[in-house]
Design a protein around this ligand. Structure first.
Ligand code: BGC
Length: 735
């Protein structure tokens, strides 16, 4: 087999609906500016004491009382801080840095992910819009709110690919697919940066594949998979200009990433060309002792620095030990200087110094709540995924008759923000009940029963009242909400069913025989098989944020048609996990026969496949054409398809393109997403959707991690989900 080395940085060629075209990323600093920065950094390093150098690698979290930290900043022993949010505190620390000998500005970082004041839907919901431009807008707005008082770095975006919904942090990412995740990684980096924050692409790498779905657990990932699946979003984030990368907590193939020189230096820096700061995760340097790769904190600091960790986040290992390590000759001054150089270079590139070549940092103007809320609403509207809708149960129309809204979540004003600075006063949220009443209250009867004692259905309040309310109605709209505490960091689950007594409530309501439209707020895919069977309609609303319940009412009432698609497979049961549409073929493709791949007690297929999502209208795909039957390994073809709105109302559809290489040197996935476009169509309208497919995008990696574009036949599928049936073929030929 002839291998063709291809250019390593492969940006995904997603295209979005032209009306929402994405601006190009901030261009990298011009060469002359970079040269000036280099000279300034060299001059600065030449003036620094070892203690001041170590200070630049020190990255503690604000601790009360903070006077000693202020003093340490003045002495140049703290160069960066996290969790300083209060404007008064920010000013005090800025002043302390200005009062230090070398006046080096601080990095001020927080987890501004989907919220500062206004809460946007959670990031997995951003991906469910399949509109990277909306994610870019969301990130920009969060950043603009955050950047006003001096915070200059966000610990975002989280771009870990994951096929395991047991892992609670899937809420922070873009799901299971490297192509989709790369598009969203780049968009989020662009957005936060546009809004005035530097970014931390995290967590490099493989954090989304912990064994058993257990947070912080080790991942076993083959080299080929590492490059095919987990690294591409980081390449995209680097291409979009991320200033920093955060290393992940876990081991990859037995070596903790924080001490993994191959991953952090050979791969991230040398191969991917990342020239910014690499930081540890929170306390991850001391935790090298828990991993059993360092006997003491000194060894931990030495291993982390040597692996390529520039900033020791909250670990105090560098501050306490690097001086001694240098004195003992175990760490060289060159190694320290190289890390300090990267930190100072990024600070210059961010414009934090007054004398930054090319100009000091300009903070984007403040945004009004109204503008941020409008953006949050826009994201929420397109993030809901209608996974079932038999008999056009939704939207609610006058013909739906009396509606019973059931569920304490319908009166909840919790915006489910997590990681946002909790102490800030949050803008008010409309409840689903209020929002729905405003829409349908005048034309039809809307009954309400909370049913549960709390929004997340941990206990009943009055089950009998809920049942009676359902009986008095023609349609039940039941809202169930997964507790935010069961998603996110440190929130792995072994059970993916509805939590608390929510399933019991659903059973009781189903017994009334009334049609049920179920809305589920969740931060991860759940196994909703039994719920699916009991309801007429089912909508995944994720955790939709400050504007979310209003947007939900707009969609339920039919003002807006749902247009979200699943960025992650919904399994039938937890035993199917990890599960993905892009599995490799097996020796025995699944059939009814026992001795084929699958389970004796469950179907092999998921409940809802990746890419699935319905609208209130229908779309048909036809006329697939491929511009040429073959292309060379540096070539490209165009795939065209006609999409028609065949239903009664306007809607948006995400046309998705998947490929499969039929025969190759290694088994290739059954399908791989290689293009998507969200388009708006009026009833009866038809559009030609065009995808450009480059041979280089069909590369895979071999066991040594080398990219290969292997000649051979490919099938291409276009349609509304990963089960699309409209297909064609083409070939990649050797020159
Ligand atoms: C998380 C990071 C986060 C950091 C700082 C860690 O526990 O893994 O994603 O940025 O804390 O809050």
């Amino acid at each position: 087999m002839r291998l063709l080395r291809i250019f390593l940085f492969l940006l995904p060629s997603f295209a979005s609906f032209p009306a929402h075209s994405t601006p190009s990323p901030t261009p990298p600093p011009a060469r002359a500016v970079e040269a000036d920065i280099e000279a300034k950094v060299s001059a600065l390093i030449a003036r620094m004491t070892l203690a001041e150098k170590i200070g630049q690698l020190n990255f503690p979290s604000l601790a009360f009382p903070y006077e000693s930290q202020l003093e340490a900043v003045k002495q140049g022993r703290i160069g960066n801080m996290l969790n300083v949010v209060n404007p008064g505190h920010l000013r005090s620390f800025e002043a302390a840095a200005r009062g230090s000998r070398l006046k080096i500005p601080l990095l001020f970082a927080i987890d501004a992910v989907h919220a500062f004041r206004v809460t946007f839907p959670v990031p997995i919901a951003w991906a469910a819009t399949w509109r990277p431009d909306l994610a870019e807008l969301a990130a920009e707005m969060v950043a603009r709110e955050t950047a006003q008082d001096g915070i200059n770095l966000t610990f975002a975006p989280m771009i870990d690919v994951s096929r395991d919904p047991r892992w609670g942090r899937v809420i922070e990412g873009a799901g299971e697919d490297p192509f989709l995740a790369s598009a969203f990684a780049a968009a989020r980096v662009r957005g936060y940066r546009k809004g005035g924050l530097a970014t931390a692409a995290k967590h490099f790498v493989g954090y989304g594949a912990p064994e058993g779905g257990r947070d912080y657990n080790g991942a076993q990932i083959s080299i080929a998979e590492l490059f095919d699946r987990y690294i591409p979003p980081f390449e995209a984030a680097i291409g979009a200009g991320t200033e920093t990368v955060m290393a992940s907590f876990n081991t990859v193939n037995g070596v903790p990433v924080t001490a993994n020189r191959w991953l952090l230096t050979d791969v991230l820096r040398e191969r991917l060309g990342f020239g910014g700061i690499v930081m540890s995760d929170f306390f991850a340097v001391p935790e090298l002792m828990n991993h059993g790769v360092a006997a003491d904190l000194g060894q931990a600091s030495r291993k982390a620095l040597h692996a390529g960790i520039d900033l020791d986040m909250a670990g105090e290992a560098y501050r306490r030990h690097l001086g001694t390590e240098v004195a003992a000759g175990r760490v060289s001054m060159d190694e320290i200087d190289a890390a300090v150089r990267r930190v100072l270079t990024v600070k210059y590139r961010m414009g934090l110094f007054e004398d930054t070549p090319g100009g000091a940092r300009k903070i984007p103007s403040a945004v009004t709540d109204a503008r941020v809320r409008a953006a949050a609403r826009a994201v929420a509207r397109e993030s809901f995924v209608l996974v079932k809708n038999s008999g056009a149960t939704l939207p609610i129309t006058p013909q739906s008759g009396t509606v019973a809204l059931i569920g304490a979540a319908a009166t909840s004003i919790s915006d489910h923000s997590w990681y946002g600075p909790a102490r800030l006063e949050k803008p008010k949220t409309e409840t689903l009940e209020q929002a729905l009443r405003r829409r349908i209250g005048a034309t039809q009867t809307l009954l309400f029963a909370a049913g549960f004692a709390d929004a997340c259905g941990h206990a009943f309040k009055d089950k009998a009242e809920a049942i009676a309310t359902a009986r008095a109605a023609d349609l039940v709209v039941l809202i169930l909400s997964e507790d935010c505490a069961v998603s996110g960091e440190g929130a792995s689950r072994t059970d993916l069913g509805l939590s608390g007594v929510q399933e019991e409530m659903l059973d009781a309501l189903a017994e009334t025989g009334k049609p049920i439209a179920l809305v589920v707020e969740t931060g991860r895919p759940l196994a909703l098989t039994s719920a699916h069977e009991k309801v007429a309609a089912l909508m995944i609303a994720w955790h939709p944020g400050t504007e979310g319940r209003t947007a939900l009412a707009e969609v339920l009432a039919g003002e807006i048609a749902p247009s979200g698609k699943l960025p992650m497979t919904f399994p039938r049961s937890v035993g199917q996990v990890p599960i993905s549409y892009s599995d490799l073929p097996t020796s025995r493709p699944a059939t009814a026969d026992r001795y084929t791949t699958g389970y004796v007690d469950e179907k092999p297929t998921p409940l809802y496949p990746f890419g699935h999502g319905l609208s209130y209208t229908t779309f048909s795909y036809s006329g697939l054409e491929i511009s040429a039957p073959r292309m060379t390994r540096d070539g490209a073809i165009e795939v065209r398809v006609e999409v028609e709105n065949t239903g009664p109302r306007a809607g948006q559809e995400v046309a998705q393109l998947y490929t499969r290489q039929l025969v190759a040197e290694r088994s290739r996935p059954l399908r791989e997403l290689k293009g998507f476009q969200k388009i708006a169509l009026a009833p009866g309208q038809r559009k030609t959707v065009r995808f450009t497919l480059k041979a280089s995008e069909l590369a895979y990696h071999d066991d040594a991690g080398r990219p290969v574009v292997e000649p051979g036949r490919f099938r291409v599928f276009v349609g509304s989900s990963s089960t699309a049936e409209l297909a064609g073929s083409f070939e990649i030929v050797a020159d």
